[in-house]
Design a protein around this ligand. Sequence first.
Ligand SMILES: [Cu+2]
Length: 232
Amino acid sequence: MNMIRTTLVLVPALAALAAGPAYAGDIVGKVKYAGTPPVPAKIQVTKDQAVCGKAEHVDESLIVGSDKGLKNVVVNIADPKDGKKMPPAAKKPEIDQNGCKFIPHVQIVPAGQEVDIINDDGILHNIHTFPKVNTPFNKAQPKFKKVMPGMFEKPDVVQIKCDVHSWMQGWVVVAGHPYYALTDASGNFKISDVPAGSYTLEYWQEKLGKQTKPIAVPATGSVTADLEYAAK
Ligand SMILES: [Cu+2]
Protein backbone atom coordinates (compact mmCIF):
# COMPACT_ATOMS: atom_id res chain seq x y z
CA MET A 1 0.00 0.00 0.00
CA ASN A 2 2.74 2.35 1.00
CA MET A 3 4.66 1.51 -2.12
CA ILE A 4 1.70 2.35 -4.36
CA ARG A 5 1.29 5.72 -2.73
CA THR A 6 5.01 6.49 -3.11
CA THR A 7 4.90 5.57 -6.78
CA LEU A 8 1.89 7.81 -7.41
CA VAL A 9 3.69 10.75 -5.86
CA LEU A 10 6.99 10.07 -7.60
CA VAL A 11 5.72 9.72 -11.15
CA PRO A 12 4.57 13.33 -11.64
CA ALA A 13 7.76 14.57 -9.95
CA LEU A 14 9.92 12.51 -12.32
CA ALA A 15 7.92 13.71 -15.32
CA ALA A 16 8.55 17.32 -14.28
CA LEU A 17 12.28 16.60 -13.97
CA ALA A 18 12.42 14.99 -17.40
CA ALA A 19 10.66 17.94 -18.99
CA GLY A 20 13.37 20.25 -17.64
CA PRO A 21 12.99 23.56 -15.90
CA ALA A 22 10.43 25.95 -17.26
CA TYR A 23 12.63 28.94 -16.51
CA ALA A 24 16.34 29.27 -17.09
CA GLY A 25 18.87 32.04 -17.51
CA ASP A 26 22.50 32.49 -18.49
CA ILE A 27 25.43 33.50 -16.33
CA VAL A 28 27.82 35.74 -18.24
CA GLY A 29 30.88 37.41 -16.83
CA LYS A 30 34.54 38.07 -16.71
CA VAL A 31 37.27 36.90 -14.35
CA LYS A 32 39.94 39.50 -13.64
CA TYR A 33 43.34 39.45 -12.00
CA ALA A 34 43.72 42.53 -9.81
CA GLY A 35 47.52 42.42 -9.72
CA THR A 36 50.04 43.58 -12.30
CA PRO A 37 49.89 41.15 -15.23
CA PRO A 38 53.02 39.01 -15.05
CA VAL A 39 55.24 38.50 -18.08
CA PRO A 40 55.10 34.74 -18.64
CA ALA A 41 58.55 33.28 -17.96
CA LYS A 42 60.34 31.50 -20.80
CA ILE A 43 60.84 27.78 -20.27
CA GLN A 44 64.17 26.21 -21.11
CA VAL A 45 63.79 23.16 -23.38
CA THR A 46 66.36 20.65 -22.16
CA LYS A 47 65.55 17.57 -24.25
CA ASP A 48 64.55 16.52 -27.78
CA GLN A 49 65.50 19.95 -29.15
CA ALA A 50 64.70 19.05 -32.77
CA VAL A 51 61.01 18.60 -31.90
CA CYS A 52 60.45 20.36 -28.58
CA GLY A 53 62.64 23.36 -29.41
CA LYS A 54 60.80 24.32 -32.63
CA ALA A 55 58.47 26.72 -30.83
CA GLU A 56 59.04 28.90 -27.80
CA HIS A 57 57.78 27.57 -24.47
CA VAL A 58 56.43 29.90 -21.82
CA ASP A 59 54.93 29.36 -18.40
CA GLU A 60 51.16 29.19 -19.01
CA SER A 61 50.11 29.05 -15.36
CA LEU A 62 48.91 32.69 -15.17
CA ILE A 63 47.95 34.31 -18.47
CA VAL A 64 46.42 37.77 -18.17
CA GLY A 65 44.86 39.30 -21.29
CA SER A 66 43.21 42.59 -22.15
CA ASP A 67 41.71 44.64 -19.31
CA LYS A 68 43.11 42.25 -16.67
CA GLY A 69 41.02 39.34 -18.00
CA LEU A 70 42.29 35.97 -16.81
CA LYS A 71 42.49 33.09 -19.28
CA ASN A 72 41.84 29.41 -18.45
CA VAL A 73 39.68 29.87 -15.37
CA VAL A 74 37.06 27.15 -14.89
CA VAL A 75 33.77 28.65 -13.68
CA ASN A 76 30.94 26.38 -12.53
CA ILE A 77 27.85 26.10 -10.41
CA ALA A 78 28.85 24.31 -7.21
CA ASP A 79 25.35 23.23 -6.24
CA PRO A 80 23.07 22.48 -9.22
CA LYS A 81 19.66 21.14 -8.26
CA ASP A 82 18.30 19.57 -11.45
CA GLY A 83 20.44 16.41 -11.43
CA LYS A 84 21.44 16.80 -15.09
CA LYS A 85 24.60 15.05 -16.22
CA MET A 86 27.04 16.74 -18.53
CA PRO A 87 26.25 15.43 -22.01
CA PRO A 88 29.09 13.88 -24.04
CA ALA A 89 31.05 16.48 -25.99
CA ALA A 90 30.06 16.78 -29.68
CA LYS A 91 33.67 16.10 -30.61
CA LYS A 92 35.68 13.57 -28.61
CA PRO A 93 37.98 15.50 -26.24
CA GLU A 94 41.69 15.38 -27.04
CA ILE A 95 44.77 15.79 -24.90
CA ASP A 96 47.25 16.62 -27.62
CA GLN A 97 51.00 16.44 -27.09
CA ASN A 98 52.25 18.77 -29.76
CA GLY A 99 55.67 20.44 -29.78
CA CYS A 100 56.10 18.98 -26.29
CA LYS A 101 53.18 20.96 -24.91
CA PHE A 102 49.78 19.75 -23.76
CA ILE A 103 47.18 21.38 -25.99
CA PRO A 104 44.89 22.73 -24.72
CA HIS A 105 46.61 23.72 -21.49
CA VAL A 106 43.31 23.56 -19.54
CA GLN A 107 40.11 21.83 -20.65
CA ILE A 108 36.78 20.68 -19.28
CA VAL A 109 35.75 17.11 -20.11
CA PRO A 110 32.54 15.27 -19.21
CA ALA A 111 32.92 12.60 -16.49
CA GLY A 112 32.93 9.11 -17.97
CA GLN A 113 33.63 10.10 -21.57
CA GLU A 114 36.59 8.57 -23.37
CA VAL A 115 39.28 11.04 -24.43
CA ASP A 116 42.00 10.65 -27.07
CA ILE A 117 45.55 11.13 -25.84
CA ILE A 118 47.42 12.12 -28.98
CA ASN A 119 51.14 12.05 -29.69
CA ASP A 120 51.70 14.42 -32.60
CA ASP A 121 55.43 14.64 -32.03
CA GLY A 122 56.81 11.29 -33.20
CA ILE A 123 58.95 11.05 -30.06
CA LEU A 124 58.42 9.30 -26.73
CA HIS A 125 56.07 10.99 -24.25
CA ASN A 126 54.85 9.54 -20.95
CA ILE A 127 51.55 10.91 -19.76
CA HIS A 128 51.14 10.92 -15.99
CA THR A 129 47.94 12.12 -14.30
CA PHE A 130 47.64 13.47 -10.75
CA PRO A 131 43.93 13.20 -9.86
CA LYS A 132 42.34 13.82 -6.47
CA VAL A 133 39.57 11.21 -6.73
CA ASN A 134 40.06 9.35 -10.04
CA THR A 135 42.51 6.51 -10.62
CA PRO A 136 45.85 7.92 -11.76
CA PHE A 137 47.43 6.69 -14.95
CA ASN A 138 51.04 6.72 -15.98
CA LYS A 139 51.64 5.46 -19.50
CA ALA A 140 54.48 5.63 -21.97
CA GLN A 141 53.40 6.70 -25.46
CA PRO A 142 56.17 5.65 -27.86
CA LYS A 143 56.75 7.61 -31.05
CA PHE A 144 54.80 5.13 -33.20
CA LYS A 145 51.70 5.24 -30.96
CA LYS A 146 49.67 8.13 -32.27
CA VAL A 147 46.53 7.74 -30.11
CA MET A 148 45.81 6.17 -26.72
CA PRO A 149 42.43 6.12 -24.95
CA GLY A 150 41.98 7.83 -21.60
CA MET A 151 39.05 8.23 -19.21
CA PHE A 152 38.17 10.25 -16.13
CA GLU A 153 35.24 8.62 -14.32
CA LYS A 154 34.40 11.16 -11.61
CA PRO A 155 34.27 14.96 -11.28
CA ASP A 156 37.78 16.10 -10.41
CA VAL A 157 40.61 18.53 -11.09
CA VAL A 158 43.47 16.56 -12.61
CA GLN A 159 46.98 17.78 -13.26
CA ILE A 160 48.68 16.23 -16.29
CA LYS A 161 52.44 15.89 -16.62
CA CYS A 162 54.90 14.13 -18.88
CA ASP A 163 57.60 12.05 -17.21
CA VAL A 164 59.93 12.53 -20.19
CA HIS A 165 59.68 16.34 -20.50
CA SER A 166 59.57 17.97 -17.07
CA TRP A 167 58.19 21.29 -18.32
CA MET A 168 55.03 19.77 -19.85
CA GLN A 169 52.01 20.69 -17.71
CA GLY A 170 48.29 20.61 -18.35
CA TRP A 171 44.97 20.34 -16.53
CA VAL A 172 41.75 18.42 -17.09
CA VAL A 173 38.71 19.53 -15.11
CA VAL A 174 36.20 16.66 -15.10
CA ALA A 175 32.60 17.86 -15.05
CA GLY A 176 29.66 15.88 -13.70
CA HIS A 177 26.99 18.38 -14.79
CA PRO A 178 26.53 20.85 -17.67
CA TYR A 179 27.00 24.14 -15.80
CA TYR A 180 30.68 24.69 -16.50
CA ALA A 181 32.60 27.20 -18.61
CA LEU A 182 36.22 28.05 -19.36
CA THR A 183 37.31 31.68 -19.66
CA ASP A 184 38.73 32.83 -22.98
CA ALA A 185 41.87 34.95 -23.54
CA SER A 186 39.98 38.03 -22.31
CA GLY A 187 38.66 36.31 -19.18
CA ASN A 188 35.09 36.08 -20.47
CA PHE A 189 32.77 33.13 -19.91
CA LYS A 190 29.14 32.09 -20.33
CA ILE A 191 27.19 29.32 -18.61
CA SER A 192 23.92 28.77 -20.49
CA ASP A 193 20.45 27.55 -19.54
CA VAL A 194 20.82 27.40 -15.78
CA PRO A 195 17.48 26.76 -14.03
CA ALA A 196 16.38 29.93 -12.21
CA GLY A 197 17.42 30.08 -8.56
CA SER A 198 20.14 30.89 -6.09
CA TYR A 199 23.49 29.13 -6.31
CA THR A 200 27.11 29.26 -5.34
CA LEU A 201 29.32 30.08 -8.29
CA GLU A 202 32.73 28.48 -8.02
CA TYR A 203 35.81 29.47 -9.99
CA TRP A 204 39.19 27.77 -10.14
CA GLN A 205 42.53 28.79 -11.56
CA GLU A 206 45.57 26.52 -11.43
CA LYS A 207 47.82 29.00 -9.61
CA LEU A 208 45.30 31.13 -7.70
CA GLY A 209 43.05 28.34 -6.47
CA LYS A 210 39.32 28.23 -5.88
CA GLN A 211 36.98 31.08 -4.88
CA THR A 212 33.20 31.29 -4.62
CA LYS A 213 30.49 33.92 -5.01
CA PRO A 214 26.72 33.67 -4.49
CA ILE A 215 24.68 34.12 -7.66
CA ALA A 216 20.95 34.45 -8.42
CA VAL A 217 19.98 33.20 -11.87
CA PRO A 218 16.90 34.87 -13.38
CA ALA A 219 14.02 33.02 -15.02
CA THR A 220 14.87 34.64 -18.35
CA GLY A 221 17.78 36.62 -19.78
CA SER A 222 21.11 36.71 -18.01
CA VAL A 223 22.91 37.72 -14.85
CA THR A 224 26.40 39.22 -14.94
CA ALA A 225 29.08 37.87 -12.62
CA ASP A 226 32.18 40.01 -12.14
CA LEU A 227 34.79 37.76 -10.56
CA GLU A 228 38.21 38.76 -9.37
CA TYR A 229 41.38 37.33 -7.88
CA ALA A 230 43.54 39.51 -5.63
CA ALA A 231 47.15 40.09 -6.60
CA LYS A 232 49.51 37.29 -5.62
CU1 LIG B 1 56.66 14.53 -23.23
